[in-house]
Design a protein around this ligand. Structure first.
Ligand code: 13P
Length: 318
C-alpha cells in the first residue's frame, strides 16, 4: 500500500510536469497503484501514442520507454530506472537481422515489441503478444522472419499458414517454466485452469489450457467461473489479477518467475525521475523514423487487439 504522503507528492509532481505514469502489468504493486494506466505492451504503446500529457513516465523496461519515445516524439519520456533492461530484447541486433534478411530475401520481418528501436527500424512490422498471430496473418509475404522470441515464433507458427523463420531468442523468466511445473500444478490444483504466456517453451504452451499475453490473461480472469487460476508468467502479474478478481485464488506456476528489469522501479524512483526530469529516453531521428513506421503499421493493422486479444488459444473455457 502506497503511503498517503508519497501519493500526494506524485500527484503534485504530475500536475507540475503535466505527466502521466504508465506501468506494465509486471510492475511492483506500489508502482501499479501510482500509475494512471497499467497494461500490456500493446496498450502502453497505444496510450503513449495518443496521450496529451507532456511527460510520460514509463514504468517498465527500456524497450517500452523507447517505443513511447518513438511514438510520441514531441514528449519527454522518462524511465525511472535507467538500467531496467530486457535480456530478450538484447538477443537481436540490426547487424544480425540484416544478415538474416540476406539469407531469406523474400521474407517479411515481424519484430516483437521486446526489441531495440534500431531493430524495429529495420523491420516491416512490430507485434506484441496480444496481436502476433493477427499481424503475421495480415502480411502479404508467405515467409516471415520472426524476431527475437523463438518461443513466441513457434506459438505463431501453430496458428498460421505462413512459413515462420524463428530467431533463437528467449525470455529468461518464462524459460524457467517446465512441463514438470505444470504437472505439479495440475496435481495440487486439479480444478484450476492453467494459463501461460506464449513466451513459454512450446511444450509448456501445448500442455496449458490457454496461452495469453498479459492483457489476455486479465480478460480470461475477469470471465472465468473457476475459483482458482494457475498463472505461468512474471509474478507481478498476480497483483494485477488479484485487483481484478479479489474473490479468486491465484497460484504462480513455478517459483522464481521474477524479471529483474521489471522490479527496479519503485515509488521513490518515480518521484526522483519527475523531480529531476532524469533518465530521459531518446532515439535518433533516423532510427525513430523506421521504428515509428513498424510500430504504426502494427497499431493500424490491429487497432482493437487490446479488447479482442487475438492471442486467445483456450482449450478450457473456464
Ligand atoms: P505483454 O505484452 O503480454 O504484456 O508481455 C510483455 C513482456 O515483456 C512479456 O515478457
Amino acid at each position: 500500500m502506497v503511503l498517503p504522503e508519497i501519493r500526494k507528492r506524485v500527484a503534485a509532481l504530475k500536475r507540475e510536469r503535466n505527466a502521466i505514469i504508465l506501468a506494465h502489468n509486471y510492475q511492483r504493486e506500489e508502482v501499479q497503484e501510482l500509475a494512471d494506466y497499467t497494461g500490456d505492451s500493446f496498450e502502453l504503446s497505444r496510450i503513449a501514442a495518443e496521450s496529451e500529457a507532456r511527460v510520460i513516465v514509463l514504468c517498465g523496461v527500456y524497450f517500452m520507454a523507447e517505443s513511447a519515445a518513438v511514438l510520441a516524439p514531441d514528449k519527454t519520456v522518462l524511465l525511472p530506472e535507467k538500467d531496467a533492461g530486457c535480456p530478450l530484447a538484447d538477443m537481436v541486433t540490426p547487424e544480425k537481422l540484416r544478415y538474416y534478411r540476406k539469407m531469406y530475401p523474400g521474407a517479411a520481418v515481424a519484430t516483437y515489441i521486446n526489441s531495440p528501436a534500431a531493430v524495429k527500424a529495420e523491420s516491416d512490422i512490430c507485434v506484441t503478444s496480444a496481436n502476433a498471430v493477427a499481424v503475421v496473418n495480415s502480411l502479404a509475404a508467405g515467409q516471415v522472419i520472426f524476431v527475437p522470441d523463438g518461443n513466441l515464433a513457434h506459438f505463431v507458427s501453430t496458428q498460421t499458414d505462413k512459413e515462420i523463420i524463428p530467431w533463437p531468442g528467449y525470455c529468461i523468466t518464462h524459460y524457467r517454466i517446465t512441463v514438470k511445473d505444470l504437472e505439479n500444478a495440475r496435481r495440487s490444483y486439479p480444478d484450476a485452469p492453467v494459463i501461460v504466456h506464449p513466451e513459454c517453451r512450446p511444450e509448456v504452451v501445448e500442455s496449458a489450457d490457454a496461452a495469453l499475453g498479459t492483457g489476455g490473461m486479465i480478460r480470461f480472469v475477469k470471465e472465468t467461473k473457476a475459483a482458482a487460476v494457475v498463472v505461468g508468467t512474471e509474478k507481478g502479474m498476480l497483483s494485477r489479477l488479484r485487483r481484478e478478481r479479489p474473490d479468486l485464488k491465484f497460484h504462480l506456476l513455478s517459483p522464481g518467475l521474477f524479471c529483474p528489469g521489471m522490479k527496479y522501479t519503485t515509488a521513490e524512483k518515480i518521484i526522483a525521475s519527475l523531480e529531476k526530469m532524469q533518465n530521459r529516453i531518446t532515439v535518433t531521428p533516423e532510427i525513430r523514423k523506421g521504428a515509428a513506421e513498424s510500430l504504426r503499421r502494427m497499431l493500424e493493422s490491429t487497432p482493437g487487439a487490446g479488447s479482442d486479444g487475438g492471442d486467445h488459444r483456450c482449450r478450457r473455457a473456464e
